[in-house]
Structures are given as structure tokens and as C-alpha cells.
Design a protein around this ligand. Structure first.
Ligand code: NHX
Ligand code: ZN
Length: 607
């Protein structure tokens, strides 16, 4: 406390000195001695009077002040008073006015006020406003305390979250339960001589509930929860971030046992590179160093547990991961099928649902969705229910909201030319037919040619029966064939291609490339890793690690697979030309058909 107050006092005097210097500079700038009369000789004075240039004169005991017209301007001079007895008469003859010429000495008080007190008052005012602004930005506290941390204190009663609020993520919860237990009863661990890990790192893609988990730990242990985002440490001035870290830990130690949660720790915890001061990373590195020092410094037995979250663990400085720091790494992965269903149920508790909603179906249709996205789906469904004037959410709302998340809202009044509409219908039925005619394709759930706000003109939804964690080479190939099916149908029916298949092409290429470079499914390269995936949670950028010759061969392999799949799709559709026409006509009429409808119409022909 004492220390925190001393620093601002010191800087206050520094600001005072700066203010004095600035006022002096301003004084000399704005009040130069313009009004001060210039000295002149008596002879010159007499000459000016004779020339008729003098407009006014002031006779004093020792001095004569006089004003001379000089073109547009009037100049003021003083000269000694030789007590010439003829002077007054001579001046009267020359019709010179008598009056005050030399400005009266300002009263010392007034001059002091004008040149010193006023600028100071202005300074103080500006400073006050400025510091008020800073204060607002920093969320309270003394204006001078720039270095004060603004970590928000959440008391257990306020977070109110428990593990029951976190659906799925059973493994992460299991790992965090030990920390909760420690915060409950630190003595138990002390007795046996065990030190709890000081920090645990929650690692996982965005939206998987890392913050929620940290809050739940605090809620379960009924301890205060300090939360700050890594980006809040990044300050304008070098040393400020470090000061914030120091302050945060001081507060935390006072409130121990407690949880300190640092979100997005990668913003301060990035690897330090050797060239310090070159890229201006000084501030970040100082902040990181301070964090490391604080973590080493405090006693783990005191009961401060630091949780941090990141979705780019590979960028973290190794020093952060050393024993005694964030030595525990808790993966928080995207939910699996059961997890998604559980998450949907948790969020559905907050909205009024029509009884009998099939959450499993929604969970199956949302493979790869995060907890945050699933929460969004529930909310979107509730909004739709309100929009349609209902007072409970139906299964249909849920299904439509999944599609809103995938492809945007429907554009019901978009006008699409009939021949284009026809092409779109054939394109989608092409996908669906190729999928249906292959043994290892996921069943078609829905086909629609209602355009969406994302720019999608139509799409075919396939939903897997259950949870899939692996894809065989056969399944991958059939996926690519299904993706080429849309274009294949266009070629077959219209004898031309269209630009609309760009999304299909992208996906097919990605799959084909992954087969060659990552899954070891090419004849030439066997089980060679040709790509390394970095950034595993954020899109998974893959970078090629091979010679240019190999890269060229990879490209040939990728193209080969796609060509083969495209030919397969063409063959399938040629054999189903009659079904293709029938289904396309039906889709054109209905605009949206379910997988069941699709199979029924497809089946009629075979019967
Ligand atoms: C354009 N849109 O961008 C026009 C408006 C070939 C019948 N100039 O392959 O809609 O070309 O099987 C999610 C999914 C944009 C979002 C796909 C956003 C595709 C989609 C580009 C159908 N279905 N293409 C398809 C399509 C287009 C696009 C998407 C998206 C078309 C095709 C869009
Ligand atoms: Zn397509």
C-alpha cells in the first residue's frame, strides 16, 4: 500500500517542475516586451516633434514619453527630460496632445496573476480533466495511480457458476476438481508435504468454455475470482503492464485463497525473441518477466491458484510452462456428440421448449460446433419462435437455427432467374444422388434451394448417424466424389460448368490434399508426413515441408484423386439420369425437401 502511494507523489513533483518550465516558455512567447517603450535620444525627440510625427507626449520628472506615428503604426519612445523651459510651448505650437504614453506599471499583484497564476490555473484544469478521463478509463481509483491494476474482483456468490453449469468437458472438470479440493482444504495437502501446482493452463479452441470452467472452479471452491485478460496488461508505457501484474498478485495474496484467471495469456506470454528493443516488444517482455517472477515468488501453500486460458499454446514462451509455473495443461476440446447434446440441454433450460425436442438430432447435425456456437443456436431458435409469434421453441426452430448458423438467414424474396434456379436444383440433386448411391456416404438429411444471406444459393445437408472420429480412405474418396457431384450434374444436364461450385472445389481440394500430405494415402509418398499443422485450434494452418519437386508431385497426386472422384460422380449420375431429372423437378417445385422425401422419390423408381 505504502509503496503504491509513494510513486505517484514523486511523479507529482516531476509534473510541477515541467509545468513551471512550460509556463516560463509560454510567458516569453506570448508576452514579449512589445509594450515596453524604446529608448531614444533627446535630439531625436526634438527632430520628431519638428517633423510633426509626434502624436502624443507625456512629461514626467525624469523622463519624457512620446508616441510617434510611423506609417500605420504608432511607436512609443522614452527619452531623458533635460528640463528645457521652452519645451512645453514648443509642443503646444506643434499641436502635440498631452496624455499618457508610457504604460503605467502594472500592479505587481495583477502582473503576477496574469503571467503566473492564470497559466498555472489553466494547467491544473487541463491536468484535472485529463486525469478524470484516465480515471474513467481505468475504472476508478486515484487519478495518479496509473500503475494500479483493474482486475475485477468476483466474489464466489457473484460468479455463482458450478461444474453443473459446464456440460461436456468431463475430462477437464476431472482435472480441475483437484484444484477445487485443494482450495477447500489446503491443510490436507500441506500435511503430506505436497505443493499444489501454482498454475493450470486451459488449452482449447475458442468457445469451448475455458472461462466458464475457471469461474466454475471458483464457484465450487467458494473463493474469490480475479479475472483479467492478457490484452489488458498491454499498456502504452513500458513498465505499466508489469506494475499491473504486481498489483494483481498483491491483491490476490490479500484475498487468498482465491483464483486468478488470466484469459488469452498468449498476448503477454508469447515467445520472447532475442532482438529485444528492436521490435518494441520491451513492454510485453517486461510484463511477462514480471508474471514469471510473481509466480516464482509467492508461496503455493497460500492458496492462490492461477488459471490461464489460451487457444494458441504453441506460441507460449517455454518459461511459462516450466515446473512451478503453468505446469498443468488441461485440454478443453470441442464437444463430442454426447457433449453437444448435454450442452444443448443445459442452454435449453433457459428457454421455454416445446416438450419432446430431439436434441440428439441437433447434436448430430452440428459436428464440430463449439459450446458457444451451440448456445447461439438455442438463442437463435428462441428468437425465431418469438418472431413467429409462438411462446415455446419447437424442433423446427432448432433445425432452422442450425442452418442459420451454417449458411445465414433465408433470402425468401431474392429473385433468381428460372434457368439459374433449375441449374441450382440439378446441382444440389447431383450432390445428393452421388451421396445416396455410395456405400460409405453419410445419409442426406435435407436439400434446399432457398438462397441464404451468406451467398449460398442452395445446399445439401448430410448428417452422420453417430459420432465419427475416423475417416477411412474409402470414405474420404466418396466425400470428394459427393462434392464433385454438383458440378457433375451441371455438366451432364447443361453441358457446361458454373462458377457456383467454388465452395465444393475448395473443400474437395482440402480433403484430397490432406489425404496425400497428412493421412499417408497416396501411392507415391506412402506414410510420409509432408505437412505440419501449426495453430491447431485456430483453423490449423498447414505448411508444406518438402522440396519443390515433391511439392509438384503432391499437386499432381491431389489433382489425380479429384479427377478420379469427379469421373466416379459422373458415372453415378449418368446411370441415374432419370432419377436426377425427377428429383430436380421435385426440388424445383418444393424448394426444400427432407432426406426422407428424397429417399422416397428415389426409391419409387427402383420399385
Ligand atoms: C456468388 N453464390 O457468390 C453466388 C451468389 C452452385 C448452386 N456469386 O455448392 O451457393 O456461387 O452444393 C455455405 C456453403 C457462398 C456458404 C456454400 C456461400 C457457397 C453451394 C458460393 C450452389 N451447394 N455457391 C453449393 C453456392 C455462389 C457460396 C456459401 C456456400 C450453387 C453453391 C455460392
Ligand atoms: Zn455444391
Amino acid at each position: 500500500m505504502l509503496e503504491r502511494n509513494r510513486t505517484p507523489k514523486k511523479s507529482f513533483w516531476v509534473y510541477c517542475v515541467i509545468a513551471v518550465v512550460v509556463v516560463m516558455l509560454l510567458n516569453s512567447l506570448f508576452f514579449p516586451n512589445l509594450m515596453q517603450p524604446q529608448e531614444s535620444s533627446y535630439t531625436q525627440f526634438v527632430r520628431s516633434v519638428e517633423a510633426g510625427d509626434v502624436v502624443m507626449v507625456e512629461l514626467q520628472d525624469q523622463e519624457i514619453g512620446y508616441a510617434v506615428r510611423d506609417g500605420e503604426r504608432v511607436r512609443v519612445y522614452v527619452t531623458g527630460n533635460p528640463n528645457d523651459p521652452n519645451l512645453v510651448q514648443r509642443l503646444l505650437d506643434a499641436e502635440v496632445e498631452f496624455g499618457q504614453v508610457v504604460p503605467k506599471e502594472m500592479s505587481p499583484l495583477l502582473s503576477f496573476l496574469l503571467t503566473w497564476a492564470l497559466p498555472f490555473a489553466m494547467f491544473a484544469g487541463v491536468w484535472y480533466l485529463f486525469s478524470r478521463m484516465m480515471q474513467k478509463k481505468m475504472g476508478g481509483g486515484n487519478a495518479m495511480q496509473f500503475g494500479k491494476s483493474n482486475a475485477k474482483v468476483y466474489v464466489a456468490a457473484q460468479t455463482g457458476k458450478t461444474f453443473a453449469d459446464v456440460a461436456g468437458e468431463d475430462e477437464a472438470k476431472e482435472a480441475l476438481k483437484e484444484i477445487v479440493d485443494f482450495l477447500h482444504d489446503p491443510k490436507k495437502y500441506e500435511r503430506i508435504g505436497a505443493t499444489m501446482p501454482k498454475g493450470a493452463l486451459l488449452v482449447g479452441p475458442p468457445g469451448t468454455g475455458k472461462t466458464l470452467l475457471a469461474k466454475a472452479v471458483a464457484g465450487e471452491a467458494k473463493v474469490p475470482f480475479f479475472s483479467i485478460s492478457g490484452s489488458e496488461f498491454v499498456e502504452m508505457f513500458v513498465g505499466m503492464g508489469a506494475a499491473k501484474v504486481r498489483d494483481l498478485f498483491k491483491q490476490a495474496e490479500e484475498k487468498a485463497p482465491c483464483i486468478v484467471f488470466i484469459d488469452e495469456i498468449d498476448t503477454i506470454g508469447k515467445k520472447r525473441d532475442g532482438a529485444a528493443g528492436f521490435g518494441g516488444n520491451d513492454e510485453r517482455e517486461q510484463t511477462l518477466n514480471q508474471l514469471l517472477t510473481e509466480m516464482d515468488g509467492f508461496d503455493g501453500r497460500k492458496g492462490v491458484v492461477i488459471l490461464a486460458a489460451t487457444n494458441r499454446p504453441e506460441t507460449l514462451d517455454k518459461a511459462l510452462l516450466r515446473p512451478g509455473r503453468f505446469d498443468r495443461r488441461i485440454p478443453v476440446e470441442l464437444p463430442d456428440l454426447a457433449g453437444r447434446e448435454a450442452i444443448l440441454r443445459v442452454h435449453a433450460k433457459d428457454v421455454r421448449m416445446e416438450p419432446g425436442a430431439d436434441f440428439n438430432a441437433i447434436a448430430r447435425a452440428t459436428a464440430g460446433a463449439s459450446g458457444a456456437e451451440l448456445a447461439n443456436i438455442i438463442n437463435e431458435a428462441a428468437l425465431r419462435a418469438v418472431r413467429l409469434g409462438r411462446d415455446a421453441v419447437t424442433q423446427e426452430d432448432l433445425e432452422e437455427s442450425v442452418e442459420v448458423i451454417l449458411a445465414g438467414y433465408q433470402r425468401k424474396n431474392a429473385v433468381i432467374a428460372p434457368d439459374e434456379k433449375k441449374r441450382i436444383a440439378y446441382h444440389e440433386i447431383g450432390h445428393a444422388l452421388v451421396a445416396a448411391m455410395q456405400s460409405h456416404s453419410a445419409p442426406v438429411a435435407k436439400i434446399t434451394i432457398v438462397p441464404r444471406t451468406s451467398g449460398a444459393l442452395g445446399y445439401t445437408m448430410q448428417v452422420e448417424e453417430g459420432e465419427r472420429v475416423l475417416l477411412t480412405q474409402e470414405e474420404l474418396f466418396q466425400k470428394i466424389a459427393t462434392l464433385t457431384g454438383g458440378r457433375a450434374a451441371e455438366e451432364l444436364v447443361f453441358h457446361s460448368a458454373s462458377s457456383g461450385a467454388s465452395n465444393d472445389i475448395e473443400q474437395a481440394t482440402k480433403l484430397s490434399r490432406a489425404m496425400v500430405t497428412r493421412y499417408g494415402m497416396s501411392g507415391t509418398f506412402d506414410m510420409t508426413a509432408l505437412e505440419t499443422v501449426s495453430n491447431q485450434y485456430l483453423g490449423g494452418d498447414a505448411s508444406l515441408a518438402c522440396s519443390p519437386e515433391t511439392a509438384a508431385q503432391v499437386d499432381r497426386e491431389v489433382v489425380e484423386t479429384i479427377k478420379e472422384a469427379h469421373a466416379t460422380a459422373r458415372r453415378i449420375l449418368e446411370g441415374q439420369r432419370e432419377a436426377l431429372d425427377r428429383l430436380a423437378a421435385y426440388l424445383l417445385e418444393k424448394e426444400t425437401i427432407t432426406g426422407a422425401e428424397f429417399m422416397e422419390i428415389l426409391g419409387k423408381k427402383q420399385a
